[in-house]
Design a protein around this ligand. Structure first.
Ligand code: ADP
Ligand code: MG
Length: 263
């Protein structure tokens, strides 16, 4: 049985004057512990699909099953990490990362201790009593990662979490996120428009085509690349090979427009 099943998903947004079909017939299966990317140009429905998987949007048609069961909206079995960190500015870093535990009424010392251990693991020991504004963008995203993991979600959804960061910080965070999720054996879905990021971080990549959003193709990342950390993967010859293949596929999708937005 697959861990996450996405079956026959179709979604149309209705506004007052028009309807936009954002997703059409999306089917995929993800196994426990896999790291998957949804890759595609802006507007192809990646965020919509992630929001449907998270249970934040009800699809027009189709079903999402987690471990064979429909989503439990009350539990925090899914962790969401976004481009913006959404830390509460008036709360300290410690208060921010333990907020999910408080919502779940898990206030025991051990749970709080684990959350603080996570802060240490993401390299933020010593900033517990600081406020988000005192931290850099990269540090805030690391705090957001610790907060997401603190409630021990079964599935992590990451929507372009590195896209607002400078390149060097982004590369470092890719390694940190990958290493941390692997150490906990977490299943994760990353949304990105960055081919390199998808290859460096994932086990498999789903390439989405736009208007309406469909799965165009999927790619398995070579096992050797999967075993390397993202930074090392980016420097391996197999990385460039897959990059070329996916690049060409995207060129075809977009009719060979050289000025497209994919990086
Ligand atoms: P991506 O994340 O790949 O950039 P989105 O899922 O945000 O794509 O959007 C897919 C399509 O749905 C786009 O055409 C977008 O304009 C449209 N869309 C997204 N959200 C809404 C909304 N709330 N109302 C109407 N249309 C929307
Ligand atoms: Mg998006």
């Amino acid at each position: 049985m697959s861990f996450l099943t996405v079956k026959g998903i179709h979604h149309t947004y209705f506004t007052r004057y028009f309807a936009v079909t954002a997703l059409e017939d999306i089917n995929l299966d993800i196994q426990e512990g896999e790291f998957i990317s949804f890759l595609g140009p802006s507007g192809c429905g990646k965020t919509t699909l992630l929001s449907i998987i998270a249970g934040l949007i009800a699809p027009a048609a189709g079903t999402i099953l987690l471990e064979g069961k429909p989503l439990d909206r009350k539990g925090l079995s899914i962790g969401y990490m976004l481009q913006q960190d959404y830390l509460f500015p008036w709360k300290t870093i410690e208060q921010n990362i333990t907020i999910g535990l408080k919502l779940l009424k898990k206030k025991e010392e051990t749970e709080i201790g684990k959350a603080l251990g996570l802060l240490e693991q993401v390299g933020l020991a010593g900033v517990e009593n600081q406020f988000p504004r005192q931290l850099s963008g990269g540090m805030r995203q690391r705090a957001a990662l610790a907060r997401t993991l603190a409630v021990n979600p079964k599935l992590l959804l990451l929507d372009e979490p590195f896209s607002a960061l400078d390149y060097q910080t982004k590369l470092k965070l890719e390694d940190l996120v990958s290493e941390t999720l692997k150490s906990y054996g977490k299943t994760a879905v990353l949304v990105t428009h960055d081919i390199g990021e998808a290859i460096a971080m994932s086990d498999r990549i789903y390439l989405l085509s736009p208007k309406p959003g469909k799965i165009h193709k999927w790619f398995k990342v070579p096992a050797l690349l999967q075993s390397l950390c993202p930074f090392e993967a980016r420097n391996h010859p197999l990385y460039s090979d897959l990059f070329q293949i996916i690049w060409k596929e995207l060129e075809n999708l977009e009719g060979g427009n050289e000025h497209r937005s994919i990086t």
